[in-house]
Write a protein that binds this ligand. Structure first.
Ligand SMILES: Nc1nc2c(ncn2[C@@H]2O[C@H](COP(=O)(O)OP(=O)(O)OP(=O)(O)O)[C@@H](O)[C@H]2O)c(=O)[nH]1
Length: 317
């Protein structure tokens, strides 16, 4: 019997719905004893806060891009999970959420080539998430998005419930053009089972064995910066500001995430902007790890200073 820790790799472009899908899974009985490793492109992580109250063990690997700078850190996070698992904290499996800009191929290579990991960890499957709002554009314009699909065993379509969403059929056809033998599922379908997708025994694809690691690179012009805010935020004014910002610059703002302390709520708000779209915020209980309010931006060719100045103007009003 293969008693290595089975790991499912969850990939997908920035903001496509990876964390949401994993949260759905860890709320099922099957997901209860799952170790999670989350990598974020950005100097401050947000996703691990969204998991912390639900998952058994969460390891955050932040700061770099999974496909290059942080491979050793991801490997170390995997060592820690395996060791915890051997020291009485038994996980039924692990999930690795890659950063939205990552090419998953190098991390698969790390899993398959590192002698220690190879004997302790088994890649069960690669799940790629693509959303129906930005997905078609991303496939056209973002090489990382195509790469993520091409290497997957299963592709999960998200956000088909949203206004301006492409149809599942159109998105599915675009996915199958890149990866003809992939299984395509729709997260908003009533019979969609997150536990079957992320907790399944695995159906490793042969196509990913043929990847060429040397191709791995992501665009050089992408940058990430964090804006920290001392003041409590006036939420209605902030949403108007953010909506206007995304309307004007959404093509250059790939992703905004943040945790905000507002003047009206006793919780922290997790906010999500994905290109031109601002998603409804989620409330998080205040943790011990009070970091104040902060916003993480991932942009392509947009200066931090312009955004900071505009935000400061809002806060001074
Ligand atoms: N309406 C709708 N919203 C969704 C769906 N899936 C995800 N979202 C929202 O999309 C936003 C981004 O989702 P995340 O799960 O954080 O996306 P992610 O891929 O983990 O983002 P990164 O880690 O930054 O790449 C959040 O506000 C989610 O609530 C969906 O199927 N329908």
């Amino acid at each position: 019997m293969d008693d290595r820790l089975a790991i499912t790799l969850v990939t997908g472009f920035l903001g496509s719905g990876k964390t949401t899908l994993i949260r759905r899974y860890i709320e099922t009985p099957a997901g209860a004893d799952t170790g999670i490793i989350v990598n974020e492109f950005g100097e401050v992580g947000v996703d691990h806060s969204l998991f912390v109250h639900a998952a058994e063990q969460v390891e955050l690997v932040d700061g770099g891009c999974l496909c290059c700078a942080r491979r050793e850190d991801v490997a170390k996070a995997m060592y820690r999970l395996v060791q915890l698992s051997q020291n009485g904290r038994s996980f039924s499996r692990a999930i690795l959420e890659t950063s939205g800009l990552a090419d998953p191929a190098p991390i698969i290579a790390t899993l398959e080539r590192d002698p220690w990991l190879r004997t302790h960890v088994r890649l069960a499957s690669v799940v790629a998430v693509i959303d129906a709002v930005a997905g078609l554009d991303n496939l056209r314009s973002q090489p990382e998005a195509r790469r993520q699909i091409s290497i997957a065993d299963t592709v999960v379509l998200t956000k088909t419930d949203m206004r301006n969403a492409a149809s599942a059929e159109e998105l599915s056809a675009a996915v199958l053009k890149i990866a003809p033998d992939v299984t395509v599922l729709e997260a908003q379908e009533h019979d969609f089972r997150a536990d079957a997708v992320l907790g399944g025994s695995g159906n490793p694809a042969t196509n990913r064995l043929a990847f060429n690691e040397a191709q791995s690179s992501h665009s050089q012009d992408v940058s990430s910066f964090t804006i920290r805010l001392k003041e409590k935020i006036d939420w209605p004014a902030f949403t108007i500001w953010l909506t206007a910002l995304l309307h004007a610059h959404g093509d250059r703002i790939l992703r905004i995430k943040g945790l905000l302390e507002t003047s009206s709520a006793n919780t922290r708000l997790a906010i999500h902007g994905v290109q031109h779209v601002m998603h409804p915020p989620t409330h998080l209980p205040k943790g011990d790890d009070e970091t104040g309010s902060f916003l993480v931006f991932i942009t392509r060719g947009l200066e931090q200073q312009a955004i900071s100045n505009s935000l400061q103007r809002l806060l001074r009003v």
